[in-house]
Write a protein of this length. Structure first.
Length: 387
């Protein structure tokens, strides 16, 4: 049996995979089992911030694996505490809870917001206001937060206490007439929803209303965070200051880790025993994350902006491109042609791109070398033109 056959027989068939078995990767290049090379513009869905098997990441992970692999959260460990300090400094928040995925980071954020509100205002004030078309994860609670019925339909009942509105000032204020709302949760750029950038007007209103009403503002930066949009977190592009920011994907540089980072208002909300995770703060994952986070600086942000310009300038020339949405290196391309055909054509010609709803989605490594980017764009433009 080959890998396709084994996978199809033994793995839960929840992902429709591309017909390729990847066996190796270095930087922004991946190789399949036949030795074919691909330039990766999808970055493992925003995970491989510095590409595959980045050298600093690899040596940090290998060194930690040879020193202390796992202890449990019953003991202090250095990588988790150093990483938490760094994340707090970069975000100007107060504390971090480590989990293993984006969904877990969001679960933590929801628990934290509810506890803050219930301690202060009683149990009835527990509702989380989320946005239509959002995506926050696949657990039953983060599915409830997700504003897309397509993900809900076969799994009801979902966790109660979630309401959704359109990302407009009017819809927000209408929804906030419900006095039992304790948190507003949003992605500033909706990723799985089709790379939709929230307007400044909406985000500022949400921030203002949250402050005014002592509502917890949660920003899900699982796809947008860690330099991808030209700032450490995308909320910084709006000059707002949320109470909670959640992050995962790129954080581990390829290892599973998620973090719920929260501000002063919430710093003493959780008490011993309120939340936990066996693998949360795992030393190997944290050592890998540390090697990624400590390198995300102004130079990286500048590099993101330069690459964004190269991509948007060249792609927008195609007559089949209707719109390019997103920011930095999180981009959606709407075309008048067949998106699936264009994505397949790219794969055939050695370029990895993915979809977000009806758009071609690009999430390359933040340090993709310029010659590789230019070469991949030529393939992509041809595929779009012929789609
Ligand atoms: C914005 C956002 N939130 C949450 C998640 C869920 O993250 P995970 O798959 O790590 O649970 C994702 C994953 O795509 C995401 O894009």
């Amino acid at each position: 049996m080959n890998t396709f056959e084994i996978d199809n027989k033994y793995i839960a068939q929840t992902y429709k995979r591309f017909p390729v078995t990847l066996v190796e990767g270095k930087g922004s290049l991946a190789y399949d089992d036949k030795g074919k090379e691909y330039i990766d513009l999808a970055g493992g869905i925003a995970v491989n911030i510095f590409g595959y098997c980045d050298e600093a990441w690899q040596s940090a992970v290998c060194a930690q694996a040879g020193q202390l692999s796992h202890t449990s959260n019953l003991y202090y460990t250095q990588p988790a505490s150093v990483l938490a300090k760094l994340l707090v400094e970069k975000s100007k928040m107060s504390r971090v809870f480590f989990g293993n995925s984006g969904a877990e980071a969001n679960e933590c954020a929801i628990k934290l917001a509810r506890k803050y509100s219930q301690d202060k205002y009683g149990e009835a004030r527990h509702k989380i206001l989320c946005l239509k078309n959002s995506f926050h994860g696949r657990t039953l609670t983060t599915l409830a937060a997700t504003g897309q019925d397509v993900f809900h339909k076969d799994f009801k009942p979902l966790t109660p206490g979630f309401v959704h509105c359109e990302p407009t000032k009017e819809a927000l204020n209408e929804a906030l007439k419900d006095e039992n709302i304790c948190a507003i949760m949003m992605e500033t750029i909706q990723g799985e929803g089709g790379i939709n950038v929230l307007s400044k007007e909406f985000v500022h209103e949400a921030y203002y209303q949250a402050q005014k009403r002592d509502i917890i503002l949660i920003v899900d930066e699982i796809q947008t965070g860690l330099g991808r949009t030209g700032e450490f977190f995308d909320y910084m592009n709006y000059s707002i200051y949320p109470d909670i920011v959640t992050v995962a994907k790129g954080l581990g540089g390829g290892l599973p880790i998620g973090a719920c980072i929260f501000g002063k208002k919430l710093e003493n909300t959780f008490a011993f025993g309120d939340h936990g995770s066996t693998f949360g703060g795992n030393p190997i994952a944290c050592a890998g994350a540390l090697s990624v986070v400590e390198r995300i600086d102004e130079e990286v942000f500048e590099g993101v902006k330069v690459r964004n310009k190269i991509i948007t300038d060249s792609i927008s020339i195609s007559p089949k491109v209707k719109e390019i949405t997103g920011r930095g290196l999180m981009l959606g391309i709407e075309i008048s042609g067949d998106v699936d055909k264009a994505v397949a054509e790219c794969l055939e010609n050695g370029v990895l791109v993915i979809k977000a709803k009806n758009k071609i989605r690009l999430l390359p490594a933040l340090n993709i070398p310029f010659p590789q980017l230019t070469k991949a764009l030529a393939v992509l433009i041809k595929a779009i033109n012929e789609s």
